[in-house]
Design a protein around this ligand. Sequence first.
Ligand SMILES: Cc1cc2nc3c(=O)[nH]c(=O)nc-3n(C[C@H](O)[C@H](O)[C@H](O)COP(=O)(O)OP(=O)(O)OC[C@H]3O[C@@H](n4cnc5c(N)ncnc54)[C@H](O)[C@@H]3O)c2cc1C
Length: 452
Amino acid sequence: MRKRVVVIGGGAAGMYAAIAAAEEGSEVILLEKNEKLGKKLFITGKGRCNLTNNCDTQTVLQNVCTNRKFLYSALGSCTSADVMTFFEEEGMRLKTERGGRVFPASDHSSDVIRTLEKRLRTLGVEVLLDTEASGIGLQERADEDTGQGGQTNVKKGKKRPARFITGVYRKDGSFLEADAVVVATGGCSYPQTGSTGDGYRFALSCGHEVSKPVPALVPLVTRETWVRELMGLSLRNVEVKLGQMQEQGTDICGKPWYEGFGEMLFTHFGVSGPLMLSASSFVTGRIPQEGLRLLIDLKPALTREQLDARLLRDFEENKNRIFKNSLDALLPAKMIPVVVRLSGIRPDTPVNGITRQEREGLVRLLKDFPLTIIGTRGFQEAIITKGGVDIKGIRPRDMSSKYVEGLYFAGEVLDVDALTGGFNLQIAWATGKAAGAGAAGMSSDRQTYILT
Ligand SMILES: Cc1cc2nc3c(=O)[nH]c(=O)nc-3n(C[C@H](O)[C@H](O)[C@H](O)COP(=O)(O)OP(=O)(O)OC[C@H]3O[C@@H](n4cnc5c(N)ncnc54)[C@H](O)[C@@H]3O)c2cc1C
C-alpha cells in the first residue's frame, strides 16, 4: 500500500521534504497555514533569495554555528551542488556572486518558489493552503517489547519507539490520517511569514525537548545611546571583537566570543550590518546583565605605530587647525564629533598643542572603538531562530524522531543554524530531503528500526 506522508509547513524545508517523499513514491499532503507557499522564501536575500552557497560540504559545515556534527550526514547526502542541479534541471538558471552566494539568474525569489511549486505539481503532491495544523495524532504501541507510558526505550537498546504517528489534527477540528508526518514549521523569526513556533509545541507534545528559541542573525542593541548620532553610517573593512567586559577599562576579558572583518552599520538602537548579524549568532541568548564589550578597529590596515605616524602627519599638515577640524581625511564626517568627544581632547585644542599622551589615547580609541552590547533586537528583525527541537531526540541520517515512530523534523524548527551566505537555506533543503525520503520509508535507518 502507498504510504501517506503529511508535511506540515510549506516553506523551503517542507516543500523539499514533500518533493523527496513524493519522489520515493509516497502519497504526500503538504499543509500550509498561509494563503500561499514560501512566504519567507519570498523575502530572502532581499527578495533575490540566496538559495545556497557554491562551495563544498566542508565549507558549508564550517559555516554552521549550532550542532554542526548532527548535520554531517544530511549535508553530505544533499550538497549545495545537488541543490543547484535540482533547480537547474527544473529550468531555473542560477548565478554565483561574491562569497559563493547563489541566486536565481533572474534575481527574483519568486522563481525559486515557482520552481518548487512546479515540481510539487508534477509529482502530484496535494497542497492544502489556508490549512493550519493544530496537533499531532499519536498512539501507544501495544507491543510487548516497547516501553511503558509512551516512553521510548531506545536507551534500553530496543529500537522501536513506544508511540507511533496516526496523523495530524487541523485547526478546523478535522483529522488527517498519516503513516508519517514531517514537521517543517520553521522557527519564530519574522512571524508575519507564518513561522510562529508551532512546531515546538508539536515536538513537546511528542516527548521531545526544545532548546530555548532566541533571535539570531539579528541587530545588536548598545548601551550607548549616542549611536543614534551615527544612524545610517556604514563602515566598510572594519575589524571587530566581541567578548566579556573587563571589570575596569574598556578591553575584552579573555578570549573574544567573536572576531570578524567586514561591513557594519550604525542604527538608532545600536549596530547592524553583515558583520554584526554574524556576531549576534555567537552571543545571542548569553549576553550578561553588565553587557558585552564590542571593540571596533576603525583602521585595521594600519598598526598602532603606523596610525600614530599617520596622525602626526595629518596634524603637521593641519597645524593651523583646531583638533575637531583635523580629522576629515581619517574618518567619515558623521563619526568625527563622536570620536572627538570620546577622545577626551578639547575640540578647540590647536593640533600642535595635542600632547603625545593624548595622541596615543586617540590611537587606542581608533583601534579599539568601544561599545557595550546589552541585547539583541527581537524575532521581528531576526533572520533566523537559534534553538529549537533538541537534536538528542532526532536521528541525523533521516531526521526521524527517536521517541515517536513516523515523526520527522526538518529545517529551522530544529536546533541548528548557520551564518549568512545561503547556508540556512542549504540546511533547510538538506534536512527537508532527508526527512522526506525518511518519511517515505526509504532511509536505511528507518528500515533498521522498523524491522527490529
Ligand atoms: C528577511 C530574511 C532573509 C533571509 N535570507 C536568507 C537567504 O538569503 N539565504 C538563506 O540561506 N537564508 C535566508 N534566511 C533564512 C531562511 O529563510 C530560513 O532559514 C528558511 O526559510 C527556513 O526554512 P523552513 O522551511 O525551515 O521554515 P520557514 O521558511 O519559516 O517555513 C515554515 C512554514 O511553515 C508554516 N507553518 C508554521 N506553522 C504551521 C502550522 N501549524 N500549520 C501549517 N503551516 C505552518 C509557515 O506558515 C511557513 O510557511 C532569511 C530569513 C529572513 C527572515
